[in-house]
Write a protein that binds this ligand. Structure first.
Ligand SMILES: Nc1ncnc2c1ncn2[C@@H]1O[C@H](COP(=O)(O)OP(=O)(O)OP(=O)(O)O)[C@@H](O)[C@H]1O
Ligand SMILES: C[C@@](O)(CCO)CC(=O)[O-]
Length: 408
């Protein structure tokens, strides 16, 4: 949007994600599939007039952060970032994978300590959000010659932070997408590329790569499945060491997403499974193999559901999917990553003949109950009521919706 005074506003949203199949087994080289979540993050970037030196006013209520940062030092210290060693040419915002990530991040860290002397006293999630902002802003604008103006950035999210639903990837995808969109609007007269009304496939690939770099800031060495799912939406299949593969299908699965409110640490659960495997190699490897089969079969069933040719087929496909979810949960429980709270959620779902599985690392966190289209409203309401009485948090949402989207 352009206000006629050379000032632009952009508004973008991106979904979170859940793992449908393959948690834990993906660590052992098996296939995982993730789908986008109906819960989204959103961002508005608004260029504003300023009389003094330009600033960026960033408001991130989810991490309780409101900051005004000077733009000039960012431009001086961080623009024109360097390419990775052994890569020749000139850095461009289109090449996030060629950026000298470590070096650029070190510069971001140094600058943050200069412009925010109390940086070390901030909470970790606040630090990560600021690092990601400076990294993306300078990485994306640093290779252009566009004038940077004062701006207000405000971001909200329906996602719970740190719950395994991809809030960090959703945040980074929104931010990268909004900055690229703003650049595209500002550069209309420079004719950088076409001015189509939505993100092109190539832009989405670039956004996903920028978000992957942010995931590296937050997580060290992430798989890349979260940023791909939050960018492209729908369903993404992934194998360790490979590239995430986006399955371009139209899914619209209804689920109850249930927060057990039991906090867990992903790393500790991965270690627990590794220890179990050390003691029971053959059995655990067979469980991982079985999880792999479930991920492949589920992909086929979901492709069939998404094609939606015949209603009676769809009903039996949902039954098949429910069976796969049940088996997957029980295999994960055999790996020792369920929790009494997750089993309480499951038994409430089973009383109503609904399938339920944990999603993510387990040991607490979220469970998902599959709601086939034929499920009466009263069944969903009574299940939600019972779960709420137990103190769980319940959200009815859909899986497999759109990825990054321009909001008008
Ligand atoms: N709406 C938001 N506003 C600002 N920062 C956010 C927002 N959402 C996420 N973040 C950033 O992402 C970090 C959360 O990353 P973390 O990996 O702990 O959670 P997650 O992405 O929800 O979990 P997972 O990666 O297991 O799915 C926060 O510490 C914060 O820096
Ligand atoms: C448990 C795990 O498979 C998924 C956590 O969301 C860990 C991982 O893949 O890194």
């Amino acid at each position: 949007m352009f206000n006629g005074m050379d000032l632009y506003t952009v508004s973008v949203s991106a979904p979170g994600k859940v793992i449908l199949h393959g948690e834990h087994s993906v660590v052992y080289g098996k296939t995982a599939i993730a789908v986008s979540l109906g819960l989204r993050s959103s961002i508005v970037i608004k260029e504003v007039h300023s009389t003094g030196d330009p600033t960026v006013n960033i408001h991130l209520p989810c991490v309780d952060l409101q900051e005004t940062l000077p733009l000039k030092p960012m431009v001086e210290a961080l623009f024109n970032p360097q390419l990775s060693p052994n890569v020749t040419g000139k850095f461009s915002w289109r090449l996030p994978d060629k950026l000298n990530h470590e070096k650029h991040l070190r510069k971001v860290e140094d600058l943050l300590h200069i412009i925010k002397p109390n940086f070390d006293t901030l909470q970790n999630n606040q630090k990560n959000s600021l690092r990601s902002f400076l990294y993306l802003f300078s990485g994306i604008y640093g290779s252009t010659h566009l004038p940077v103006k004062s701006m207000n950035i405000s971001m909200g999210s329906e996602l719970t932070i740190g719950a395994g639903t991809g809030s960090s990837a959703s945040f980074a995808v929104c931010l990268a997408g909004a900055l690229i969109r703003l650049m595209k609007l500002k550069s209309a007269s420079y004719d950088y590329y076409d001015q189509s009304e939505d993100f092109t496939m190539t832009e989405k690939e670039i956004i996903s790569e920028w978000a992957y770099n942010c995931e590296r800031i937050m997580h060290g060495s992430p798989s890349g499945i979260d940023n791909a799912t939050c960018t492209f939406g729908s369903m993404v299949s992934f194998k360790k060491g490979g590239k995430p593969r986006v399955l371009n299908i139209r899914l619209n699965l209804r689920v109850l997403l249930v927060d057990s409110r039991v906090s867990r640490e992903t790393r500790a659960l991965v270690v627990k499974v590794a220890a179990l495997r050390q003691r029971n190699m053959g059995a655990v490897d067979h469980i991982m193999e079985a999880c792999d089969h479930l991920a492949h079969t589920a992909t086929q069933v979901l492709e069939k559901i998404s094609s939606g040719k015949c209603e009676s087929d769809t009903e039996s496909d949902y039954q098949h999917l429910a069976e796969l979810w049940e088996m997957n949960h029980c295999l994960l429980a055999a790996l020792g990553v369920s929790h009494p709270a997750l089993e309480t959620i499951r038994s409430a779902a089973r009383e109503r003949s609904l399938a339920c599985k944990l999603t993510g690392a387990g040991g607490g966190g979220y469970a998902m109950v599959l709601i086939p289209p034929s499920t009466p409203r009263s069944t969903v309401d009574s299940l939600a009521g019972q779960l709420l009485e137990h103190g769980f948090r319940v959200t009815e949402t859909r899986l497999g919706g759109p990825g990054i989207t321009l909001e008008m």
